[in-house]
Design a protein around this ligand. Structure first.
Ligand SMILES: [Zn+2]
Length: 119
């Protein structure tokens, strides 16, 4: 499988952190991971070997899949292996890579990309 139409949201991430440090937004506003996101980080996420920019705890990477071709699976968190299997079915869909801090609930979309089976 391969990715195309990759979009990075690193600039927005840096912007949010600048605003936090400048006191323009509160920690509560940015660190708002809901129950679903935190559960997904725990059960489907992988350690990113990268500290949370807010509290320094270990970040978890979650992958969310979107697209009509996925039917009921759309909008769910998936492992890299499951995403590879869905691509192998010939489906084309979008994956959102979201970092989550289970400790302080910081979360941010890092990048989005379309997955397709390499033929
Ligand atoms: Zn944190």
């Amino acid at each position: 499988m391969a990715y195309r139409n990759e979009v990075s949201y690193e600039w927005e991430r840096a912007q949010h952190l600048r605003e936090l440090r400048a006191g323009k937004v509160t920690r509560e506003e940015l660190c708002d991971a809901d129950f679903l996101l935190r559960a997904a980080a725990e059960h489907h996420g992988v350690d990113m070997q990268k500290p949370c920019p807010v509290c320094g705890e270990e970040l978890r990477l979650t992958r969310w899949v979107y697209g009509d071709s996925l039917k009921r699976r759309a909008g769910s968190a998936r492992s890299a292996a499951e995403i590879a299997e869905m691509a192998a079915e010939g489906l084309e869909f979008t994956v959102h890579f979201v970092e989550v801090c289970p400790a302080c609930r910081w979360n941010h979309l890092l990048r989005a990309a379309t997955v397709y089976a390499r033929r």
